[in-house]
Design a protein around this ligand. Sequence first.
Ligand SMILES: NC(=O)c1ccc[n+]([C@@H]2O[C@H](COP(=O)([O-])OP(=O)(O)OC[C@H]3O[C@@H](n4cnc5c(N)ncnc54)[C@H](OP(=O)(O)O)[C@@H]3O)[C@@H](O)[C@H]2O)c1
Length: 159
Amino acid sequence: MVLIAAVYDDWGIGADGTQPIALKADRKFFRETTRGAAVIAGRRTVADFPGQKPLPGRQNIVLTRKGGELPGFTLCGSIAEVLALTKDMENVMVIGGGSVYAQLLPYCDGAYITKVHTTPRSDTYLPNLDADPQWQLAQILQSGEEEGIPYEMCYYRRA
Ligand SMILES: NC(=O)c1ccc[n+]([C@@H]2O[C@H](COP(=O)([O-])OP(=O)(O)OC[C@H]3O[C@@H](n4cnc5c(N)ncnc54)[C@H](OP(=O)(O)O)[C@@H]3O)[C@@H](O)[C@H]2O)c1
């Protein structure tokens, strides 16, 4: 299981249920990196998907305690349920948000982190992998600048 997230300089990932700054280059990287994967999201993150529709070309798994049905999504009511469902799947990616990253980080052995070098106000954070000796920066995959904001796509793995 691997995680994919875009973080600001303070490892903030969002505010008020959305990403205050989202770069086109990162959206493209996300689409390409998650293509064909089973993606796991929390219900608040799904509420911020375009049209609240499942992401095409991926198996969409959503965590919610509310039950019910969401067309195009497989609903899971607990982390145990997610782990059982994805146990034999090869390509499983955790796509947020904050509460889901925090709960599934212990099960991840890799993390795609886009560093967006600016600091808008966030109310939701990812644990800082640079400050965690269990994680090491393995590779910088891409870098660039968009609308004056430098960014780089990094891959971290468990040390
Ligand atoms: N920068 C990035 O890469 C990135 C990526 C994704 C999201 N985000 C940001 O992250 C923020 C949202 O994160 P968040 O932490 O507020 O919400 P979230 O993790 O997306 O969703 C939280 C919801 O998931 C469900 N849930 C969580 N843990 C569960 C469990 N163990 N069992 C069953 N259901 C569970 C609950 O849904 P119910 O209330 O339905 O029970 C909970 O309210 C937004 O600002 C979003 O823009 C950023």
